[in-house]
Ligand binder design. Structure first.
Ligand SMILES: *Cc1c(COP(=O)(O)O)cnc(C)c1O
Length: 432
């Protein structure tokens, strides 16, 4: 039996994930528990890859933005599926290196890379360093000279499109800590400097306009602005830019209110705009890079909790407390993010009550959702929070010294641990 948004429920009325009964997972591994469905991850990767084939004749690459869900197994899967990866820190780079991920397919981002991280990237021949600012360009060329290597770089550009809000805006000078501004001439100055620096090879330009975007237009506009920039680089300097990195940001479904655009639709519209601009300006269509994170792993993840205290406050609200919270999912306390909830042990029961789902941390703000429709809920129920695959485990902390839960991968009725849960020994391992 299937419910809206492809939720599978078995005859016992239990939620099924990757062919495995979620209540069995909760029993076997304990709660809280992160569950990831491998078919959904690989399916999203394949959909993106086939869009590159279809709309760019294969002249491009998908790089998984690993900050969305970073662990060794994700780099293995990305590699098996032919993807590259984005890293934003020495720690993510180290994780990729530790499983032998092909470093030439890695883009290293960040607005404040340390000397140590830059050296690490150069020493390990990371494919592209995405340069954020002039001072960083100097440091990259300094370390490239010192190590006697050529640094292959892209420049992070602010295309003047801010799509962080639901309605995107195109402004002149945008207020962002990331990248070079176009309209002040800063981006062009950086291009010229990169071209003139012998230890640096300017491969491409990069933009990333926001996250959880549900509209096609901002991506199309960003593609157009970047193609105009590539054309003006050629006009002013004669230099041809080989690569255009369009970033990530494609929206996913968190709740039934979200209506994500199918990725092929974004890809088709952006590709049409890029081809049109290339023709208009007489420049070649660059090698296209894309960096989806959330849209590859977000909907593949479900978090399971056990319900504990249920507190009815007459005429106020009912708090249903679970055994996790802001430690394993800080997105509510950070952004009041919305999720869909259900009871994994009674997944087919009608949601006829409205509750506030609270975490167990000593913070009043530690909630997972307000005005949540659920069946009558009692201690011992297994609660499932859907679409937690992105920016949950990767943002987790052991605040209150609650150990970070394990991550279990499910596929075809089988389950396996891909990240072990922390133990109490782990949470005080570095204490002296
Ligand atoms: C965060 C980020 C991404 C991924 O964004 P999603 O919204 O998860 O797709 C891609 N590129 C850069 C540079 C980022 O900072």
């Amino acid at each position: 039996m299937k419910m809206e948004r492809n939720i599978t429920v078995n005859e016992a009325g239990h939620l099924v994930l990757g062919g495995v009964d979620a209540t069995v997972l909760a029993e076997k591994y304990g709660t809280p528990l992160y569950v990831m469905e491998e078919d959904k991850i690989r399916g999203a990767m394949r959909a993106y890859r086939s869009s590159i084939e279809k709309f760019y004749g294969g002249n491009g690459r998908i790089c998984f933005a690993s900050k969305a869900f970073c662990c060794k197994e994700m780099y293995r899967i990305a590699d098996e599926e032919g993807l590259g990866a984005d890293v934003v820190s020495g720690g993510e780079m180290f994780t990729a290196l530790s499983v032998g991920f092909p470093m030439e397919k890695v883009c290293f981002h960040g607005n404040n890379k340390s000397d140590k991280e830059i050296r690490m990237a150069l020493e390990n021949h990371v494919g592209r360093i995405v340069v954020d600012n002039m001072e960083e360009l100097d440091r990259i060329s300094h370390f490239a000279d010192e190590l006697n290597v050529i640094a292959n770089v892209q420049l992070r550009v602010k295309p003047g499109i801010d799509a962080h809000t639901h309605n995107f805006i195109m402004t002149g000078q945008i207020d962002s800590k990331f990248g070079f501004a176009l309209e002040t001439g800063e981006a062009m100055a950086a291009v010229k400097k990169a071209i003139e620096t012998p230890s640096v090879r300017l491969c491409g330009v990069d933009c990333h306009i926001g996250s959880q975007i549900h509209e096609v237009t901002p991506f199309v506009k960003a593609g157009e602005v970047m193609m105009d920039f590539i054309a003006s680089i050629k006009e002013e300097t004669g230099y041809e830019i080989d690569e255009l990195d369009l970033g990530g940001g494609y929206g996913i479904r968190y709740t039934s209110e979200d209506d994500p655009v199918p990725y092929a639709e974004y890809m088709e519209a952006v590709s049409a705009a890029i081809h049109a601009k290339a023709e208009k300006h007489g420049v070649k269509v660059p090698f296209i890079l894309m960096e989806p994170g959330r849209s590859i792993v977000g909907e593949a993840g479900t978090t399971l909790y056990t319900v504990g205290a249920v507190k009815h406050i007459p005429n106020v609200r009912t708090y249903v407390s679970v055994d996790g919270g802001m430690g394993d999912n800080p997105r509510y306390i950070l952004y009041q993010s919305k999720y869909d909830f259900l009871l994994a042990n009674r997944a087919d029961a009608p949601a006829d009550t409205t509750v506030t789902v609270a975490g167990k941390c000593c913070e009043s703000g530690d909630l997972l959702g307000e005005n949540v429709p659920l069946p009558e809920t009692k201690a011992g129920d297994i609660m499932a929070v859907l679409s937690t695959g992105a920016y949950n485990y990767s943002m987790a902390s052991c605040y209150n010294r609650n150990p970070i839960p394990p991550v279990v991968m499910v596929k075809d009725g089988a389950d396996r641990v891909i990240v072990k849960g922390q133990t109490y020994e782990d949470v005080c391992r570095n204490d002296v």
